[in-house]
Design a protein around this ligand. Structure first.
Ligand SMILES: O=C(O)c1ccccc1NCC(=O)[C@H](O)[C@H](O)COP(=O)(O)O
Length: 235
């Protein structure tokens, strides 16, 4: 049986697109070649926040794949392990992206409660600084499976900033930990060439996109997502 870990290893550059809120979004992502769909639960006040019921519905739809299987990812700021365990179990989601400033202890509890859960911890990067730099070993020892490097925006804005992290900063940071990583922050169809070294890195597993996957009205756009897929797959 193919596990989440196997799939992560087998796909050269995984494409995660974040912030689906309706059935049609999941269909667009499946048709566009996305591998993972980010579903928000516990991002209070967030534009794409889902109730537990909506989370479960969209996760089921992504898994069932009217056109193609897309792996659902629970994206959350929650710090309470019970809330995350309940959401992941209810929605039958196997990947969680801890997008806030949750401590390593949360990862440890999640891995103990749900040993097969793949835990993705976001590292917040501003310029050359990474807020979690001093905690990387702790996150790894706690059982984090993947780090996701994302840029913080002006005034500390977190998530969907459309801001890129410099490739040298990514390369330097990647050498300070040992686990696979995903790159986020302003990823588009056109900036793959800025990240040649990163794309060739043995622990680089994929990209995570929000802004560039949407049109001017903020809706997911099949053409744009396909272009991102193509740009990053071909190199
Ligand atoms: O998407 C948001 O606005 C957001 C808000 C709060 C937490 C996380 C959020 N997004 C998570 C993502 O994984 C985005 O895809 C990632 O930040 C990259 O966004 P972008 O730079 O717009 O491609």
């Amino acid at each position: 049986m193919t596990t989440q870990h196997d799939r992560i290893q087998q796909t050269r550059v995984m494409l995660k697109v974040c912030g689906a809120t309706q059935d049609a979004d999941v269909d667009i992502l499946a048709a566009s070649g996305a591998d993972l769909v980010g579903l928000w639960h516990g991002v209070s006040g967030g534009a794409h926040e889902l109730s537990l019921g909506q989370l479960a519905r969209l996760a089921a739809l992504a898994r069932a794949g009217r056109t193609r299987f897309v792996e659902p990812v629970l994206v959350s700021f929650h710090r309470d392990p019970g809330t995350i365990v309940t959401a992941a179990s209810t929605a039958r989601i196997n990947l969680v992206q801890l997008h806030g400033y949750q401590p390593p202890g949360l990862v440890r509890v999640l891995k103990r409660e749900l040993p097969t859960l793949v835990v993705v911890k976001v590292l917040h990067v501003s310029g050359a600084d990474c807020v979690e730099r001093g905690l990387l070993d702790s996150y790894q020892r706690a059982g984090t499976d993947i780090f996701l490097l994302d840029a913080t925006g002006p005034r500390g804005r977190v998530g969907s900033t459309g801001t890129t992290i410099g490739s040298r900063v990514v390369a330097e940071l990647a050498e300070t930990f040992d686990i696979p990583f995903i790159l986020a922050g302003g990823i588009s169809a056109h900036n793959r060439c800025e990240f040649d070294d990163i794309a060739a890195h043995e622990r680089f597993v994929g990209v995570d996109v929000d802004t560039a996957a949407r049109n001017e009205r903020g809706e997911f756009c099949t053409t744009r997502i396909r272009q991102i897929r193509k740009g990053w797959q071909q190199g």
